[in-house]
Design a protein around this ligand. Structure first.
Ligand code: SF4
Length: 314
């Protein structure tokens, strides 16, 4: 397989920046929004503990006082991009906690508020597979007539034993069922996986990638496991009861995953983000650019591309 021409980029994978440039002909930026949602895996509906790596603090905004309105958060974000970059268009990214976890009327009100802002061309909404009822899918499908819509479904691992261990509060089967119900819509589906979850072997991680490669999924975020203060993983890490991937192992497995994923799948992220003030480890994960550059170098060294080992490609 040679490098797909549809990427129209200099990379060995199909990054989000290139996807948007190809689609809209201009730079597109995501504006992070905290709309005040909670999560059923924290408020007692599914569980009270949350996922064992989740710090549960919400956004920085939430920590300093009452949340500004969605429109105000968008205006502030746009100001930043217009000042520091030659900004083009924007996607309102409902990021914090479970952003479909409310009555549908309330959801529509919040999404409409975002879409009413100038230069906002669409939404990216982070949620869980057990929080996408048919009515919510219909709402997003209606938006797709005029807007660019991504739904981000957290998965982390395709293995039920791992999902139980990390207290995800939903099964892999629930994820597959949600993806099935979204298939055939015009909604772009992005999923998230974590590399280095406790108890997972290298082969377990690659099985997750192979499973995702066969599904109607349009984008992926790949994260390394982070130890953050105030989380179960952070406590285990500080007590020396858990080991994290080394930087080299992470880079190797991310390249293996990229080779498995279909060439048309958009790679939205290859590194994790953790708050600096509660970050514990692994230390190498702090320098995101260094990790991204090392992934590029490893793909160069292998002379491979995203999709080269994709089962869909035979
Ligand atoms: S589903 Fe997301 S917000 Fe909820 S506990 Fe897990 S990581 Fe945190």
């Amino acid at each position: 397989m040679s490098k797909p021409s549809l990427w129209n980029n200099k990379k060995r994978y199909y990054d989000l920046k290139s996807f948007w440039l190809n689609r809209f002909g201009c730079r597109v930026y995501k504006l992070q929004i905290d709309a005040g949602f909670t999560c059923p895996n924290r408020d007692g509906t599914v569980s009270t503990g949350g996922c064992i790596y989740c710090d549960g603090r919400g956004s920085r905004l939430r920590q300093v006082g009452p949340l500004p309105s969605v429109a105000e958060q968008i205006r502030r974000g746009k100001e930043y991009y217009k000042k520091h970059r030659n900004a083009g268009k924007f996607i309102a990214y409902f990021q914090t906690f479970t952003n479909t976890y409310a009555q549908i009327e309330k959801l529509k009100e919040l999404y409409d508020e975002a879409l009413a802002e100038e230069d906002v061309i669409g939404l990216s909404v982070g949620t869980r597979p057990d929080c996408v009822a048919d009515g919510i899918i219909k709402l997003f499908q209606d938006y797709t007539r005029e807007r660019h819509i991504w739904l981000e479904l957290g998965l982390q691992s395709i293995h039920e034993k791992t999902l139980r261990l990390i207290n995800r509060g939903h099964s892999a089967a629930a994820f597959l069922e949600a993806v099935h119900r979204l298939s055939g819509s015009n909604i772009h589906v992005c999923t998230h996986i974590i590399v280095g979850l406790p108890g997972e072997t290298r082969e377990d991680i690659l099985e997750t990638a192979r499973a995702i490669a066969t599904l109607p999924i349009h984008g992926i975020k790949i994260h390394s496991l982070l130890a953050l203060k105030g989380t179960v993983i952070g406590d285990l890490y500080e007590k020396g009861e858990i080991t994290m991937f080394s930087r080299d192992d992470y880079i190797t497995i991310v390249c293996d995953i990229l080779e498995i994923l279909p060439p048309e799948m958009v790679i939205q992220r290859l590194t994790a983000d953790g708050y600096r003030d509660i970050f514990i480890g692994p230390k190498w994960a702090v320098n995101k650019m260094e990790v991204l550059n090392a992934i590029d170098r490893e793909l160069d060294r292998r002379n491979t591309y995203q999709g080269i080992n994709c089962v869909k490609n035979g």
